[in-house]
Structure formats: structure tokens, C-alpha cells
Design a protein around this ligand. Structure first.
Ligand code: FNR
Length: 381
């Protein structure tokens, strides 16, 4: 009943916080360093002021658009998140099925806890994208590319903002490990979340998309996998190896955006990894207009980081994004109520986006232009 009454993504976050062990919630909710970038991403959305037109007959509005050649009902895709079966035992398949019900693409992460094959079998009608980290072992990357082709993923998303893992202080303080371990220190917290532990311990062990076995801290895992020697040549290599659409995620300057488009990217995600990598990295929403102006004709420009409402989606589109990705917004739904929780999150975002369009006086996504928004000045950031 609580789930049904959740009126916003932040209500879902509150339920999620109560229903999951602290280390798991903090791993999801947290960001790098002092979380300065995370706070700025949210503040940037708060600075957006809409410029609504009135008396525009908004009885019928078309919220749909196209992302990478296929229609989507709203300009939204579910971004890649690692270890999703840790947030809730139903994990990636539950999220992917919910995305499919809403006609939205779902991106499986290289750090996912469900294999490419299993996800394809469990969410066959969902439009599936696969996110790749370049591996120290290039044959492993090539193997992923082949598996993604074989199982019908139509888009490959290369994440480039992870030469090393970010410093997640909450994880260090919580003694977070993957898989989570019940220790004396965490026992009291564990006793408060018996359902989560019961489900976690009675479902199959986490199946890593990439490694046979792993146990350690998130940082140890990242540094085992991430390849700090990756360069723009690797984007060119992938362009050759991958026949479908290619997205580069984690671009944070106009120069890098240009280089990735020149190397063959069909789309870019202006992203700082949900502020989980470099603290004090640029704020995606502020970077977006410049990158869209320079590269928007040649590639689709997406944004992620801090999207928590349909109004945020409308703001990002008005500032130049073809669409947005979400991470935590759907994870809060998952942690709050499994597959139904993800449905609830996607329903909220869809309803809010539609209402925002109506209240703005626009009847199509193409009308969500820079004229419909302005940034309020903010002396504190
Ligand atoms: C992520 N993100 C991420 N990105 C990626 O390319 N591969 C990954 O495995 C992960 N893993 C991951 C786990 C968790 C728990 C979170 C919250 C995020 C980043 C993600 O794709 C996206 O960039 C951010 O989540 C966007 O910010 P919001 O929507 O969470 O604010």
C-alpha cells in the first residue's frame, strides 16, 4: 500500500532506504568523494525555470520521439547499473521487463548480475542495449560484442569515464563488499531487513556478466576490470566490430564529444556517471547545451545524472537532449517494491512528463525547445 501511495521518485527513495540494508542503499544512493557533483547535478535541475505558454489547446499531446532510429513513448531509456540483483533479488530481468511494458530501452551493464543470454531470454520483447567497459583483456571485450550480437542487443554503449573506480566514501565507511556479507558489525542492520537477507540468501548467487567468481570491495572489482590504457582508437575499433548503434557514455567536454563523433559514435551520453567517478566533475545539465550545439546534428545527444522527475526529462530535452537516461530513479523503485516498484517509477515519470508538456503548452516533443526554459542564476554554485 505504501508503494501505491508513493507520489514521487523521492517517496520511492524513502521506501527503498527502509527496505534495504544500509550498505546496499548507500552503494546505490551514494556518489564519489564529498558528493559535491551529485548535489550540483540536482541543483542544476532546480535552477531550470520553465517558460509556459497558455491557451494552446493541449487536449491531445504526443509525448513520443525516436531514440537511435526507433520510437519511444517518452524520451527516456534505462541506463546501465551494476549488481542490480543486489538491490533486489528480482534484479535486471525485473527492470528489463518493466521497461518493456513501457516501451523503453533497457541497458544491461557489464557489471550486471544477469548474463546477456539470460536477460534476453527473460525479457525477450524489451529493446535491449548492452553497456561495455573496455577490459584489460581485449579478447573479453570482443567476446561481449559477439554475445551481444548473438542475443539481439541492438545498441552498444561504451562507458569511458572509468579509467579507475571512483572513491565511494560511503562504501568504505560501511565496509561494503560484493556480494554483501553478514558480519558482526552489520548484524543489527541485517536484523532490521530480514526480508532482504532472506531473499538474497535463498535466490541463486549473483551471476556476474563478466567474472566467474568475485568477492571483494566495489573498488577492487572495478580496478580488476577497468582498463586505464583505453584511448579513442578503441572507439574506432568498436565501431568496426559492432554492426549496430554505438553510444559513448561519460563524455564531459565539447572536445571529447567531437572526437567520439568523429570516431563513429551514433550517440553520446553527457554524463559524469551519476557523480560516482570524479567528484567536482562538470554538471551534465550545464554542459549539455554546448555539446548539443556542436555535435547535435551529427549524433544524438543524451544526458544522465540527477533525473528524478518527468519535469527533469522535459528540462533536459528543452536544453538540447534527444533523450535522458536514468539510473537511481528506477533502482529506488526496484528496492522499494521489486518489479512493481520499477513499474511505479516509470509510471510516475511518464505521467509527470506528459503533465509537464501540457502545462508548458506544447503538444509535441519537438516543441520542447530552448524557448521553453531559462536557467535562474545561482550565486551559491
Ligand atoms: C551506475 N552507473 C553505471 N554506469 C555504467 O556505465 N556502468 C555501470 O555498471 C554502472 N553502474 C551503476 C551502478 C549504480 C548503483 C548507479 C547508481 C549508477 C551510472 C549510470 O549508468 C548513470 O550514469 C547514472 O546512474 C545516472 O545518474 P542517476 O540517474 O542515477 O542520477
Amino acid at each position: 500500500r505504501r508503494l501505491r501511495r508513493a507520489a514521487s521518485i523521492s517517496d520511492l527513495r524513502e521506501i527503498a532506504r527502509r527496505r534495504t540494508p544500509r550498505a546496499v542503499f548507500d552503494y546505490t544512493d551514494g556518489a564519489a568523494g564529498d558528493e559535491v557533483s551529485a548535489a550540483r547535478s540536482r541543483r542544476a535541475f532546480e535552477r531550470v525555470e520553465f517558460v509556459p505558454r497558455v491557451l494552446r489547446d493541449v487536449s491531445v499531446v504526443d509525448t513520443s520521439t525516436r531514440m537511435l532510429g526507433k520510437p519511444v513513448p517518452i524520451p527516456l531509456a534505462l541506463g546501465p547499473t551494476g549488481f542490480t540483483r543486489m538491490m533486489h533479488h528480482a534484479g535486471e530481468p525485473a527492470v528489463a521487463r518493466a521497461a518493456g511494458r513501457f516501451g523503453l530501452p533497457y541497458t544491461l551493464s557489464t557489471m550486471g548480475t544477469t548474463s546477456l543470454e539470460r536477460l534476453a531470454a527473460q525479457a525477450p520483447s524489451t529493446r535491449r542495449w548492452f553497456q561495455l567497459y573496455l577490459w584489460r583483456d581485449r579478447d573479453a571485450s570482443a567476446d561481449f560484442v559477439k554475445r551481444a550480437i548473438d542475443c539481439g542487443y541492438d545498441t552498444l554503449m561504451l562507458t569511458v569515464d572509468t579509467p579507475i573506480g571512483g572513491a565511494r566514501l560511503r562504501d568504505a565507511r560501511n565496509g561494503m563488499t560484493i556480494p554483501p556479507a553478514l558480519r558482526l558489525r552489520t548484524f543489527v542492520d541485517g536484523a532490521r531487513h530480514p526480508h532482504w537477507w532472506f531473499n538474497f540468501l535463498t535466490t541463486e548467487p549473483l551471476e556476474f556478466a563478466s567474472l566467474k567468481h568475485f568477492a571483494g570491495t566495489p573498488a577492487e572489482l572495478s580496478n580488476k576490470i577497468f582498463d586505464p590504457s583505453a584511448t579513442i582508437d578503441d572507439v574506432r575499433w568498436l565501431r568496426e566490430a559492432w554492426p549496430g548503434k554505438l553510444v559513448v557514455k561519460g563524455v564531459q567536454t565539447v572536445e571529447d564529444a567531437e572526437a567520439c563523433v568523429a570516431a563513429g559514435a551514433d550517440a553520446l551520453v553527457v554524463s559524469n556517471h551519476g557523480a560516482r567517478q570524479l567528484d567536482r566533475s562538470p554538471t551534465p545539465l550545464e554542459l549539455l547545451p554546448g555539446i548539443a550545439a556542436r555535435c547535435g546534428e551529427r549524433a544524438e545527444i543524451y544526458l544522465d545524472g540527477g533525473v528524478r522527475s518527468g519535469g527533469d526529462i522535459a528540462a533536459a530535452v528543452a536544453l538540447g537532449a534527444r533523450g535522458v537516461l536514468i539510473g537511481r530513479a528506477y533502482l529506488y523503485g526496484l528496492m522499494a517494491g521489486g518489479e512493481r516498484g520499477v513499474d511505479h517509477a516509470l509510471r510516475l515519470l511518464t505521467t509527470e512528463f506528459t503533465a509537464t508538456m501540457r502545462l508548458l503548452g506544447v503538444t509535441s516533443v519537438a516543441e520542447l525547445t530552448g524557448e521553453r526554459v531559462r536557467m535562474r542564476g545561482c550565486p551559491c554554485c
